[in-house]
Design a protein around this ligand. Structure first.
Ligand code: FNR
Length: 352
């Protein structure tokens, strides 16, 4: 049953994935300065945050594991991570806590990627012992905890009690022995949530906002009767989350609806330390061996460098100083939340 569910997620996520559709990332535009460019050779993709040093500001976000089909996908993801230097996260390991025979469907992420940065993924009901098991199995560098209350209410047998998630996260942070990154799963983290996570001691908040894969739709398709269709559109978009919380003082990751390298640049310009992709990479990882995904990621990193050279950014951190205009629905969101969009359109520091 659980293996079927994991396979369904992959199949439905691929089926629903619509590359190129409009999102609120399109409401983020750069003021172009024709003389701001730098040599591409002077661009470095390295990022530093919370004591970490990553070669690239891009990672493959949590997806799968728990079945034969998803083992193959994880193998492709891990080989692509190894060949491109991109960090990656496992899918939720809850299934492993119930059935240890699926261990290898997750362990392949580390076996194929000995020296890479690997995040183990659990839900917010995991115990400290389970969190330690997940980290141990993958020799993980960090633990991701996902917050997915909206998804749970759509799953007939899903969780219905969310009141103790905060204290559980706090205990894991204290005892698990690796840094804890907390993510949503496609509905976004509000400013209040990010402030709360900072208090709980987490190391990174991954906003995982609306705009890409949506588990309301995926789980709804698995139900008889489609009766949660009204949840379509729930939550905040990824750029809205970043604008809401970029000054909270906790490192943010941007994920949810990232379609191409320009979205990566937009996420970094709105204050993210790194940008995560699931759905857009899934199809490449699902279709055949790892080669297609390796080629896709290599192209993305190459285009990312080119965009940064046009914007005069020597490093991803420099992008936060670019002049960015906020338009459309995203601007409305900022107005309602009291966020001053003019401060993101501030002058570029190297303008003479
Ligand atoms: C996911 N996602 C996810 N997240 C998580 O924390 N644990 C999980 O087990 C899964 N499983 C999963 C399966 C599949 C097939 C997909 C496509 C996604 C959610 C994922 O990490 C991310 O938050 C959302 O997919 C939004 O990002 P994209 O897909 O729009 O880039």
């Amino acid at each position: 049953m659980t293996a079927d569910r994991k396979n369904d997620h992959v199949w439905l996520a691929s089926e629903h994935h619509r590359p190129g559709g409009r999102t609120e990332f399109d409401d983020v535009t750069f003021v172009h300065h024709a003389l701001a460019g730098i040599d591409r050779a002077d661009v470095s993709l390295a990022v530093q945050f919370a004591g970490f040093d990553w070669r690239v500001p891009l990672y493959m976000n949590a997806m799968t594991g728990g079945s034969a089909v998803t083992r193959e996908i994880n193998r492709n993801l891990a080989i692509a991570a190894r060949e491109t230097g991109v960090p990656l996260a496992s899918g939720s390991m809850s299934v492993y806590f119930k059935d240890q025979s699926v261990a290898d469907t997750f362990r392949v992420l580390r076996h194929e990627n000995r020296d890479g940065f690997v995040m183990a993924n659990v839900n917010a009901t995991a115990t400290v012992d389970q969190a330690r098991q997940a980290v141990g199995l993958l020799e993980a560098d960090a633990l991701q905890i996902h917050l997915n209350s909206v998804q749970e209410i759509v799953i007939p047998e899903g969780d219905r009690s969310f009141g103790d998630w905060g204290p559980r996260i706090e205990e894991i942070v204290e005892k698990v022995g690796v840094p804890v990154f907390v993510k949503e799963a496609g509905f976004g983290l509000s400013r209040a949530t990010v402030l709360h996570l900072r208090k709980l001691g987490v190391t990174v908040a991954d906003v995982a906002g609306r705009g890409g894969t949506t588990f309301a739709r995926i789980e709804n398709r698995r139900r008889v009767g489609d009766d949660f269709a009204f949840l379509e559109g729930w939550g905040q978009s990824t750029p809205a989350c970043l604008l809401d919380a970029c000054d909270v003082g906790l490192p943010l990751f941007a994920s949810g609806g990232v379609r191409h390298p320009l979205d990566v640049v937009r996420g970094l310009a709105l204050g993210a330390s790194a940008v995560g992709v699931s759905g857009t990479f899934l199809r490449s990882a699902h279709d055949s061996g790892p080669d297609r995904l390796i080629a896709q990621i290599t192209t993305w990193l190459d285009q990312l460098k080119s965009l940064m050279s046009v914007l005069g950014a020597h490093t991803p951190a420099d992008l936060f100083r670019c002049e960015v205009r906020i338009l459309g629905d995203l601007r409305e969101y900022c107005r309602d939340r009291g966020i001053d969009v003019t401060r993101f359109a501030r002058p570029f520091p190297t303008v003479p």
